[in-house]
Unconditional design. Structure first.
Length: 279
């Protein structure tokens, strides 16, 4: 978990889910200062942080810390300790060969799924995550894409974790629609990505169809609300606003060589959609 050393922003997303109960902590730093954001089914909050340091052992932000072993939270009205089980990382960098190029935003998946033990108290209410599941990722660069869809879910009737993002990507003076998608199903990773030849057969805020070789993935999404506001980076500062829905409905179907691999549904997907200008 080392800092990139570049100007701009760097942020981490630690999600904790047990049934309908969800909270994600987002520590980060930008040219406008250090921060921790929180999002749950009740809403979103932002906290200014005086000092954020990153070491191989983890992230320390004032009275809070985050690592591969768990997190300790000490914020106004919020406290907690949650222990993480072993992380489930991807087999390789989700950015593929694009990790070698200067990018507006670099995405990284730290853990597709890990077990949780512990709780958080928010405004006097106890949120227990014993036996729940976690997810962790990070972003760095200068700005989020000007338009994108991001969705993540690992709460299904069967062991499965999905992360997908389709975004408007500036690259070498031009633009393209980039796609990264990782699926961890019953211990096996499936990767669909622009650098692997994925084709976006259809794309809307409610439906995605991806094909790559003999693999076909369909995602149907229905956010439960318009989403809670989160600050997002623009030109290195946290001056933009996006919205995230915590418990969107998701139906995910995967085929390989025409044979169904899974057909799973969940009401606990995290979902963000930022339309293109004029959309």
């Amino acid at each position: 978990m080392s800092m990139s050393g570049q100007k701009g922003f760097e942020g981490w997303y630690f999600k904790h889910q047990k049934g309908d109960d969800m909270v994600a902590f987002i520590p980060g730093t930008a040219e406008s200062g250090a921060f921790i954001q929180l999002i749950s089914q009740e809403g979103a909050r932002q906290f200014e942080i005086s000092n954020l340091t990153v070491r191989d052992s983890g992230i320390r932000a004032d009275g809070c810390w985050f690592s591969r072993q768990g997190c300790h939270i000490s914020l106004p009205g919020i406290s907690g300790d949650i222990t993480y089980g072993p992380f489930a990382p991807l087999g390789s960098d989700i950015m593929g060969p694009f990790r070698f190029f200067p990018m507006e935003c670099r995405h990284g998946v730290l853990s597709m799924a890990h077990t949780l033990q512990g709780s958080a108290i928010m405004d006097g209410h106890l949120h227990s995550f014993d036996g729940g599941l976690g997810y962790a990722e990070k972003d760095s660069g200068t700005s989020f894409p000007r338009s994108y869809l991001w969705m993540q879910c690992n709460d299904f009737p069967e062991p499965c974790s999905i992360m997908v993002s389709i975004a408007h990507i500036p690259f070498c003076g031009c633009f393209f629609r980039g796609c990264i998608c990782a699926i961890l199903y019953q211990g096996r990773e499936h990767r669909l990505a622009t650098y692997r030849g994925v084709k976006v057969q259809s794309f809307s805020p409610e439906h995605i169809c991806l094909s790559q070789g003999r693999v076909l993935l369909e995602l149907d999404m229905a956010p439960s609300h318009v989403g809670h506001p989160l600050r997002a980076p623009q030109c290195g500062k946290m001056s933009n606003t996006i919205r995230e829905s915590c418990n969107a409905h998701l139906r995910a179907r995967l085929w390989k060589r025409g044979k169904p691999i899974f057909d799973l549904q969940s009401d606990h997907a995290a979902y963000e959609f930022v339309p293109s200008h004029g959309a």
